[in-house]
Design a protein around this ligand. Structure first.
Ligand code: AP5
Length: 214
């Protein structure tokens, strides 16, 4: 299965991608997670990406394309992948089309997920992540049993640098301007499968399974 999840920040792409990746035994490729790893490790890529990420802007296409292509070429993608947060601009989408074509591969579907703006802002501002194992929480929707502590591994929870309200709103604007036009790009390829992301997590998962089974 080669799937792409496309939607605004906070709509639940990462949450659903993890569930789908486990269910289908394919890797979840999140460009945001890879970039945050590079920042944490203090690599040259992380250093160049950090300022863009902290401002809620996109990281330049050339850096993202090289990073994604090298991830795509790892052996674990042979059975497929769930792409989350990539591509995010028309030049990235066009380069991705060529990347797949060079390898004789095709996407099975592009699942587009949407929810109302204020719900997206609330979800992002309420997000907390385990620093140790990456498990996601939300102070409004999915709080941990003990405040600030991961239920899974006991690690400390933190708030992402780009999840403060002003940056969250900026990221929403960037999505509408630069990423939403990708829906038309993939509609032209008859790949788009829309899903209502305003429902609870389990209902969104069921809706995705339903559109994929069609
Ligand atoms: P990235 O990490 O990809 O962030 P994003 O796309 O902005 O998406 P989010 O992670 O904020 O949201 P999500 O849709 O995954 O929602 P989630 O499941 O976490 O990118 C970060 C930055 O990296 C970018 O701004 C950019 O700078 C850079 N970058 C990354 N890729 C790039 C690219 N290709 N090109 C250029 N730059 C790039 O859920 C959010 C919260 O809501 C969680 O707390 C969750 O528990 C909760 N939640 C999820 N679903 C539900 C539900 N149904 N009901 C209630 N709560 C829910």
């Amino acid at each position: 299965m080669r799937l792409m999840l496309l939607g605004p920040p906070g709509v639940g792409k990462g949450t659903q991608a993890k569930l789908l990746a486990n269910a289908h035994g394919v890797p979840h490729i999140s460009t945001g997670d890879i970039l945050r790893g590079e920042v944490r490790e203090g690599t040259e890529l992380g250093r160049r990406a950090k300022d863009h990420m902290d401002r809620g802007a996109l990281v330049p296409d050339d850096l993202i394309l090289a990073m994604f292509e090298s991830r795509l070429d790892r052996a674990d993608t042979r059975a497929g992948f769930i792409a989350d947060g990539f591509p995010r601009t028309i030049p990235q989408a066009e380069a991705f089309d060529k990347m797949l074509a060079r390898r004789g591969l095709k996407l099975d579907a592009v699942v587009t997920i949407e929810a109302p703006l204020e719900e997206l802002v609330r979800r992002s501002a309420g997000r907390r992540v385990c620093r140790q194992c990456g498990a996601p929480y939300n102070v409004y929707y999915q709080p941990p049993k003990t405040e600030g502590v991961c239920d899974v591994c006991g690690g400390p929870l933190y708030q992402r640098d780009d999840d403060h309200e002003e940056t969250v709103r900026r990221r929403q604007e960037v999505y509408r301007a630069e990423t939403a036009p990708l829906i038309a790009h993939y509609e032209a390829q008859h790949l788009v499968r829309p899903v209502d992301g305003s429902q609870p997590v389990e209902a969104v998962t069921a809706a995705i399974q339903k559109v994929l089974a069609r």
